[in-house]
Design a protein around this ligand. Structure first.
Ligand SMILES: C[S@@+](CC[C@H](N)C(=O)[O-])C[C@H]1O[C@@H](n2cnc3c(N)ncnc32)[C@H](O)[C@@H]1O
Ligand SMILES: Nc1nc2[nH]cc(C(=O)O)c2c(=O)[nH]1
Ligand code: SF4
Ligand SMILES: [Mg+2]
Length: 210
């Protein structure tokens, strides 16, 4: 296919820069412990300095892949699909999610919310970032809010973000991985004092799975 055609299909969300796909256990948040197939889409310009998948950022380094083939493959593994990245909302998620839905799969997203919400989702995990705040109606639509705690200021940020979400949204604080020894005791203390919050850990990293 010629380059312009590929670009056109990526712009429509009919093709996506696919970084990796893997069947694993959801490690984080409300669905932790549940087997799921992960689709990691490349491309993110948010720039979190502690991001644990910086290799995802440059979309050019990930092959444009037809969503039909992504869906065909995913359906073989699991009835629960987690779309992550990179920042999946960089792209139009409508073609991917409508075809996953047509297969009867449950579709979850991990997103910073930095770009408008596209696609149809059974579960939305919103992990807002100070450097590029969520946009549009995602606060109303989020099922869980997962704030990463790197330092003390992140507790204040978490409370500000919690003011914006819908009343059913489940609130999580997750330690930034490299700072976990320092921040876990602070998170534990905070959650005991503010029990509307829950702790989320990156349990897959303790299990040594993807
Ligand atoms: C890599 S991001 C991809 C999805 C989307 N860009 C986002 O940030 O939500 C997946 C999840 O991992 C979290 N995360 C990334 N790096 C982390 C780290 N070093 N420690 C803890 N959580 C991290 C993000 O906040 C997000 O909830
Ligand atoms: N097992 C596992 N669970 C996860 N939950 C969110 C992840 C992500 O990178 O979006 C992730 C991941 O990378 N692996
Ligand atoms: S928004 Fe997500 S993928 Fe992008 S830099 Fe931050 S954690 Fe990494
Ligand atoms: Mg991860």
């Amino acid at each position: 296919m010629i380059k312009e055609d590929v670009t056109g299909l990526v712009n429509k969300g009919e093709m996506l820069p696919l970084m990796e796909e893997f069947y694993t256990i959801q490690g984080e948040g409300y669905h932790k412990g549940t087997a799921a197939y992960f689709i990691r889409v490349g491309g993110c310009d948010v720039g979190c300095h502690w991001c644990d998948v910086k290799e995802s950022w440059n979309a050019e380094t990930h092959p444009p892949t037809a969503v039909d083939s992504i869906v065909e493959n995913a359906a073989k593994y699991s009835d629960t699909i987690v779309v992550t990245g990179g920042e999946p909302l960089t792209w139009n998620m409508e073609p991917l999610t409508s075809r996953l839905k047509a297969k009867g799969l449950k579709i979850h997203i991990e997103t910073s919310g930095a770009y408008p919400l596209t696609g149809t989702w059974d579960w939305i995990c919103l992990s807002p970032k100070k450097i590029k705040l969520p946009t549009g109606d995602i606060y109303e639509r989020a099922d869980e809010l997962k704030v990463i705690v790197y330092n003390q200021h992140d507790f204040k940020f978490a409370e500000e973000q919690a003011e914006k979400v819908n009343k059913d949204c489940i609130l999580y604080l997750q330690p930034e991985w490299s700072r976990r020894d320092k921040m876990v005791p602070e998170i534990v203390d905070f959650v005991m004092k503010n029990p509307k919050w829950k702790v989320s850990l990156q349990t897959h990293k303790y299990l040594n799975i993807p």
